[in-house]
Design a protein around this ligand. Structure first.
Ligand SMILES: *[C@@H]1O[C@H](CO)[C@@H](O)[C@H](O)[C@H]1NC(C)=O
Ligand SMILES: *[C@@H]1O[C@H](CO)[C@@H](O)[C@H](O)[C@H]1NC(C)=O
Ligand SMILES: *[C@@H]1O[C@H](CO)[C@@H](O)[C@H](O)[C@H]1NC(C)=O
Ligand SMILES: *[C@@H]1O[C@H](CO)[C@@H](O)[C@H](O)[C@H]1NC(C)=O
Length: 240
């Protein structure tokens, strides 16, 4: 019976001895309670940059995302990199990493509020994603004119439409039609009607052909990556 107890106790005695050795090197403890020694530097969660200095684990900066080539922004810094800002705010209870929202379209980065054109459509960049705001058509003088979504305009016999034709998910279509309040005499068997401009598509908005004529998603969400990240700090634990 006595032997049995000794066997159980032996490992316990051993491990408390090891613990004492670890504690001696525990100048700081990280956010998870692990030991760090004076001078150690580490990054948690790919963002929070720490330094163990004078027995305190301190946040010294935030590692930015790939958009800023993972550059470290120093505590309470706000830097502009590739035209967009990246900030790291440290207070007593939390550290907040924030980067300027943007839209990335076809390799081009847009600021929130920027308008840009792709094919016949005008888009706006918002923090949530891009929205179609209108369509461009050519007037009699071949000048490009913007129609807002829902509007149409006449150029001679032709009506240009910028139309939202489905709601879920929303799509916007640009198409042309022949003005519907004039009668166009099309003589049969004598070739084409020269009253009509060439290359005119006359497709009903209620029966859109995907991609033909021009149509796009009304809204395209920005990729799901974060723009703000917060870590709540614990009172710093000094190794004892
Ligand atoms: C960072 O600086 C920019 C101006 O350079 C400012 O517009 C932005 O609000 C700042 N960000 C934060 C989080 O303070
Ligand atoms: C992307 O760029 C290509 C080539 O410049 C262009 O043909 C295409 O329409 C663009 N797509 C978008 C969504 O901007
Ligand atoms: C057809 O409708 C347009 C727009 O409502 C109008 O400006 C135009 O005068 C009309 N044309 C005829 C022939 O009724
Ligand atoms: C219109 O069609 C003609 C030939 O029928 C072609 O040469 C011209 O490039 C087309 N224009 C447009 C804007 O597609």
């Amino acid at each position: 019976m006595i032997y049995f107890y000794l066997l159980i106790l032996a490992p316990t005695l051993c491990s408390s001895k090891t613990e004492a050795v670890v504690k001696a090197n525990c100048d700081c403890r990280d956010w998870y309670g692990r030991c760090k020694v004076e001078g150690d530097k580490w990054v948690d969660d790919e963002t929070w940059s720490y330094h163990c200095s004078t027995s305190k684990a301190e946040v010294v900066g935030c590692v930015a995302t790939d958009r800023a080539n993972k550059k470290e922004i120093s505590a309470n810094g706000n830097e502009t990199i590739n035209g967009f800002w990246f900030s790291c705010q440290v207070t007593d209870d939390k550290v907040r990493y924030e980067q300027e929202p943007h839209c990335s379209v076809n390799g081009t980065e847009y600021h929130v509020g920027n308008l840009y054109r792709n094919s016949v459509f005008q888009h706006i960049c918002l923090a949530s994603g891009t929205w179609v705001t209108g369509c461009f058509y050519k007037d009699e003088t071949e000048k490009e004119v913007l129609l807002n979504v829902g509007e149409s305009a006449y150029v001679g016999l032709i009506q240009h439409h910028c139309d939202r034709f489905v709601d879920y998910p929303g799509r916007v279509q640009y198409y042309t039609s022949v003005r519907d309040n004039v009668t166009i005499a099309t003589p049969t068997g004598v070739g084409k009607n020269h009253n009509l401009p060439e290359n005119i598509t006359n497709i009903l908005p209620t029966n859109p052909v995907r991609w033909l004529p021009e149509n796009v998603d009304l809204f395209i969400a920005n990729d799901g990556s974060f723009d703000t990240k917060i870590r709540y700090l614990r009172p710093s634990v000094i190794g004892d």
